[in-house]
Design a binder for this molecule. Sequence first.
Ligand SMILES: CC(C)(COP(=O)(O)OP(=O)(O)OC[C@H]1O[C@@H](n2cnc3c(N)ncnc32)[C@H](O)[C@@H]1OP(=O)(O)O)[C@@H](O)C(=O)NCCC(=O)NCCS
Length: 341
Amino acid sequence: MPNAFISGVGFNPASNVVKNDDLRTKYGMETDHEWIVKRTGIEERRFADEGIGPADLAVAASQDAIAKAGIKVTDIDLILFATLSPEMAFPGSGVLLQRKLGLCDAGKFIPAMDIRNQCSGFLYGLATANAFVRSGGAKHVLVVGGEVHSAALDLSTRGRTVSSLFGDAAGAVVVSATDEDRGIRGTWLGADGRHAEVLCQRVWDMTKRPYVPLNADGNGVVVPEMLYAKMDGKLVFRHAVERMITVLMQACWEHKLTPNDIDLFCFHQANLRINEYIAGQMGLPPEKVVSNIQRFGNTTAATIPSLLFEAERDGKLKPGMKVACVAFGSGFTWGCALIDW
Ligand SMILES: CC(C)(COP(=O)(O)OP(=O)(O)OC[C@H]1O[C@@H](n2cnc3c(N)ncnc32)[C@H](O)[C@@H]1OP(=O)(O)O)[C@@H](O)C(=O)NCCC(=O)NCCS
């Protein structure tokens, strides 16, 4: 059975920098820089231009990852696209990315699968890619986390608790087969559907007839409570800390490791305070815990590939290092991957 390793990483944040003060001055949100920094660590995020979707952002990230893997785009056997902000209800962003990468024109009608596990989506994708590669079902899998949140954020004061947190970006990795003794050593995934509505964006209700209310002209009308994401932030915070610590401890335990044996921690970037709390509880040295939430906010499925990309670019992630990636998000869902880089 081959091992599966990450052969290339790419990252493409959206182009427009939106500073905390811009939320107030450009969008009219009653907020201030200090409030956001103190609660979350976020100083700025990126918003995509109108007309740009997650698959568009994913193109450059994917091409970079593919180039670093030393393969051609036509060598990709499978696309896994994790996003909570797909261009449309269906089909998903994966087929759009396939088309934008030129695979259809090249006659490469490979499978494209969408993953709907929000902030844990990238790790759910990585686990799936690992299984495909190790079982011989694919040699090179493109795993993407891509989001354009800005289109669906309530940027008025009403939506500030959620809207001040998120940004737009795409990250991508290629997971490839190798006979070398390296790569993804294990993945651990979990979910607790009891809390599905604690962090959710409904938009429609498929149990109702019609599934969105219609006005007198027969046009769909979506009220703000349905249109935008809702969150009980304090509950999310508590569960995130507990689940991320537990899944990381489980991974270490099963691989007979202590956190000291791990060289780099890539935690989902939801809130700097969550990650500082976890690092404090587990006694992790700050230099082993990378973060970029200060510059990009929470880019949901894109956070972990963005951290891997920057750590490698900055010389903090080198072959032979042991990496732990951990995420938590809506669902609730969570995951951990241990990788020998
Ligand atoms: C979102 C979060 C920063 C909010 O912090 P909090 O301390 O729980 O704050 P609250 O929601 O209780 O709000 C406190 C006050 O600040 C206000 N507030 C919320 N967002 C604000 C903003 N951007 N600017 C200024 N004030 C804001 C609230 O309206 C509230 O005002 P009130 O007391 O007059 O009603 C925090 O709960 C959090 O980060 N939770 C985790 C969220 C997360 O990780 N989500 C993604 C999961 S993948």
